[in-house]
Ligand binder design. Sequence first.
Ligand SMILES: NC(=O)c1ccc[n+]([C@@H]2O[C@H](COP(=O)([O-])OP(=O)(O)OC[C@H]3O[C@@H](n4cnc5c(N)ncnc54)[C@H](O)[C@@H]3O)[C@@H](O)[C@H]2O)c1
Ligand SMILES: N[C@H](CO)Cc1c[nH]c[nH+]1
Ligand SMILES: [Zn+2]
Length: 429
Amino acid sequence: MLNRIDLRGSTTDPRGLLPRAQLDVSVAVDKIRPVVEAVREHGAAAVREATERFDGVTLGALRVPAEAIAASVEALDADVRAALTEAIARTRKVHSDQRRADVTTQVVPGGTVTERWVPVARVGLYVPGGLAMYPSTVVMNVVPAQVAGVESLVVSSPPQVDNGGLPDARVLAACALLGVDEVYAVGGAQAIAMLAYGVDECAPVDMITGPGNIWVTAAKRLLRGVVGIDAEAGPTEIAILADDTADPVHVAADLISQAEHDPLAASVLVTPSEALVEAVERELTRQVAATKHTARITEALTGPQSGAVLVDDLAAGLRVVDAYAAEHLEIQTENAREWALRVRNAGAIFVGAYSPVSLGDYCAGSNHVLPTGGCARHSSGLSVQSFLRGIHIVDYDEAALRDVAGHVVTLANVEDLPAHGEAVSVRFK
Ligand SMILES: NC(=O)c1ccc[n+]([C@@H]2O[C@H](COP(=O)([O-])OP(=O)(O)OC[C@H]3O[C@@H](n4cnc5c(N)ncnc54)[C@H](O)[C@@H]3O)[C@@H](O)[C@H]2O)c1
Ligand SMILES: N[C@H](CO)Cc1c[nH]c[nH+]1
Ligand SMILES: [Zn+2]
């Protein structure tokens, strides 16, 4: 089922040899550009037109009425409510510990620099809702934003035909449990454009976070700069670094679990063990046939973005997973914790037999909005820090400025910017 890539004996950089999707974000950007431009020019009318085209829904008001949000939480099953409440509590516990303190450095007597962490004022949180519904993603977006102290939070999520053109009822209920009351029934690239530019019915935001499919991710890439954007969190990826000690039943189940998100999802096994690959293949055939979303899982597992990569040993496997920079990396090896600590590039790492990605998707306390497409080489998953800006406050008194004035003037002259130097020396004439 999985494509085989045999890197045994290879000494070249593995980056170009690894499985990757054919439809990449840069191609999708060209396709959604007209949608984004139409929203910028025509506002809510263009949002409605795109929603009709891509979601098959004729929208009335873009904003979800408060009564609909309240009714969704009333109608929530008790077990779903309990699970969401637990997920919120664990996520809040972990994220509360991430809040950075302001730091003041006494550079010289009379001269300080303070780094003050200030939350972004208004944030748009995207919650996907195409092939699957994501109340858990409400939790993963909203909790860190709240812990950071963001004052104005907006959720946007695709309208659902079977919920009368509103977002999924469990998504609305999660918003209610977290006290979010500004929710829009808009998905896809048009939602990202609406949040970035603002339309009559929705004021623009300063920053957009949250995962989505390739169209959502492309719109985020296009609008970066118009608005702040977290990492690109597109179609899901799992890589598993495993050796002979891994249980093929677990490995197959975990590869399938993330393939379930999207036909473009990527599942990659990296191992020195040919026997493990064979055993995992047998398990994939058995488990895929028995699960619910067989068609899209099969498409994801057999696509060019998925595969089994054979390596000489775990050290070579480590180089491969670092080059791949997966959104999720599981380590199912002997001494898994030690290998995990040697990884440089991954959105999140799941250690050993009892930390599957599904735990992190819902209830580990960690965040599940994570960088994809190799962005884990330079970006982190969503956290409290994502919503904060460190502003430097420079506070020198007269003596401290006088003391360093000569150096400032020298550097200003070196850069042929004498007016910079004047702005200091004028104070001491
Ligand atoms: N990386 C992460 O942190 C993370 C977390 C959760 C989910 N995900 C990913 O989020 C994605 C969710 O995807 P989804 O489809 O279920 O929901 P989605 O909300 O991301 O996408 C649905 C929207 O796509 C738009 N759309 C559909 N077809 C289109 C087309 N041909 N052209 C332009 N726009 C189109 C529609 O307007 C629709 O509202 C999956 O890929 C999943 O793997 C990633
Ligand atoms: N695995 C997804 C991140 O790529 C998150 C998620 C939400 N629900 C289930 N899974
Ligand atoms: Zn998942």
